[in-house]
Design a protein around this ligand. Structure first.
Ligand code: FAD
Ligand code: SF4
Length: 477
């Protein structure tokens, strides 16, 4: 039918829960061309305003339609270093697609009719990667004498590194973990973001000359002052939000109550599901409850149900969330996929207590039913507990995914850096400069948990300000 959206094919739902292979298979060339042909090339394309890095969406889709795939790739790369990653993980339904002309005003997220910009971006990103199209760093740049330190190798740090390296600036990325990518590697599971895609896009930065030093915690191995003393002209902080929040309810310290961060890190980073082949173990329960409604909760639940299936345990994984599905901050696709894979949803539920057995392991969860009240500060309707509605559910593994906050390893030892009551770094919103001259910040460490592309948008803004600083240091103007 005319103007029917084309969606990407997916791995069969019964087999995908038995492995960590990619679920969404992406567009074939025919599908990409069909979907691109639906774009009406608006005179004033609003979708661009919904993209935090301002990709020229109209132009790349136009080039794609003409089968100028290399041109489409370069159009995207001009603004976004990581098209294959963003095409897979961007919550486009709240961003570019929400402003597509096919989404009606006032809809909470993009209409199904909105152009599948993310799938088209993924198609083009994968084309560029397969063909080995590389951007070149500016030669003999007037900024070549400068070096910039980037702290953290999540999307914010990597984006800042790429933006600066492209202009001929020497960039060194310092990463505290033994490997790169931040949440892209330790949080988002490979069935959403295959590691070869992540590695490929990080390699493209190395080809631009970016140097990466892992196992290097700034704040421990070096301070900010020491980095300046070593000759760095500017420093970008992309520290992320790595500290999990808890509900502070009784029993939360029982064995087998994990934070989602720990659970996902054990599996994604330390391959705990392959224990004892790998050294780190992970407990897999018979009755798993994941608390939360964001991407982290969906990822934890989808990993958990895979582990149950892969280990011959009858799958019983439940998401417990205080509000309704409409208020869930997770990507719509992740919610659908979780349901398809057998994850149960217990909505309007507030955990009150974890109940343990003699050996100190969690056995049950006591919770209350809620209804929605007036909107709170976030604009979402507040969950209100219904009196005398408490119930108990079996639970031998609980995973808490209710949010993440700033870690203060670096800010705690950096005199003069201003942080807010949450520990987030305060910046000038125009330049992303912190209260210390020459030190910039972006991503989740500024304003708390956001999205990959929002982190990159901030890093981009900071990079432009850093380039201004370097020019000023070079010329005095
Ligand atoms: P991070 O990705 O957290 O990276 C920070 C890096 O800095 C880490 O590698 C850390 O080790 C390093 N670091 C910290 N302090 C130091 C130090 N002192 N010295 C050296 N290194 C340091 N967003 C989406 O858009 N789509 C999704 O589908 C999505 N899914 C998500 C799933 C999960 C499980 C989680 C947790 C988040 C998800 N998000 C998603 C949010 C998104 O991943 C984050 O907004 C984004 O990663 C933030 O990027 P960042 O670079 O600021 O921080
Ligand atoms: Fe949309 Fe994300 Fe691509 Fe920007 S990067 S065009 S927001 S899918």
């Amino acid at each position: 039918m005319k103007n029917e959206p084309v969606t990407a094919k997916e791995e069969d739902r019964s087999s995908r829960v038995m492995n960590f292979g990619e679920v969404v298979l992406g567009f074939s060339e025919t599908e990409a061309l069909a979907e691109a042909s639906r774009c009406i090339q608006c005179k004033d394309p609003k979708c661009v305003n919904g993209c935090p890095v301002g990709i020229d969406i109209k132009e790349f889709i136009s080039r794609l339609s003409k089968k100028d795939y290399d041109g489409a790739y370069l159009t995207i790369r001009h603004k976004n270093n990581f098209p294959s990653i963003c095409g897979r993980v961007c919550p486009a339904e709240y961003q570019c697609r929400k402003l597509c002309v096919f989404t009606k005003k006032g809809e909470p997220f993009a209409s199904e009719k909105a152009i599948n910009i993310h799938f088209l971006e993924r198609f083009i990103g994968d084309h560029g990667a397969a063909k080995g199209i590389e951007l070149k760093a500016a030669e003999a740049s007037d900024l070549a004498g400068h070096k910039v330190a980037v702290v953290g190798s999540g999307p914010a740090g990597l984006c800042a590194a790429g933006e600066l390296a492209r202009r001929g600036v020497k960039v060194v990325v310092f990463e505290g973990l033994h490997t790169t990518g931040g949440v892209l590697r330790y949080g988002i599971p490979p069935f959403r973001l295959p590691r070869n895609i992540l590695d490929g896009e990080i390699d493209s930065l190395k080809k631009l000359g970016v140097e990466i030093r892992t196992n290097f915690i700034v704040g421990r191995a070096r301070t900010i002052d020491e980095l300046f003393a070593e000759g760095y002209s500017a420093i970008f902080l992309g520290l992320g939000a790595g500290i999990p929040s808890f509900m502070n309810i009784p029993g939360e310290n029982l064995c087998n109550v994990y934070s989602a961060n720990e659970f996902l890190t054990r599996v994604n980073l330390m391959s705990a599901h392959k224990f004892p082949e790998y050294h780190t173990p992970v407990n897999i329960g018979k009755h798993i409850i994941v608390i939360g409604g964001g991407n982290t909760a969906m990822d934890a639940a989808r990993v958990a149900i895979r582990l149950q299936n892969m280990n011959g345990i009858k799958p019983d994984t439940t998401i417990s969330y205080r509000r309704t599905e409409v208020e869930m901050p997770a990507r719509r696709l992740e919610i659908e996929h979780a349901k398809e894979e057998g994850v149960k949803f217990e909505l309007l539920t507030k955990p009150e207590e974890f109940i343990g057995g003699e050996r100190g392991f969690v056995m049950r969860m006591r919770a209350s039913r809620c209804e929605l009240g007036e909107p709170d500060a976030s604009g979402r309707r507040k969950p209100v507990v219904i009196p005398s509605s408490a119930f108990e559910a079996d639970c031998d593994l609980a995973i808490i995914a209710i949010g993440l906050g700033a870690n203060t390893i670096l800010t705690g030892v950096t005199p003069g850096i201003k942080i807010d009551k949450y520990g987030d770094v305060i910046v000038d919103p125009e330049t992303m400069e912190t209260s210390i001259k020459g030190v910039y910040a972006g991503g989740d460490i500024v304003g708390g948990e956001g999205t990959v592309i929002e982190a990159m948008g901030m890093a981009k803004k900071a990079s432009l300000a850093i380039l201004d600083r370097l020019r000023h240091l070079s010329t005095g103007f």
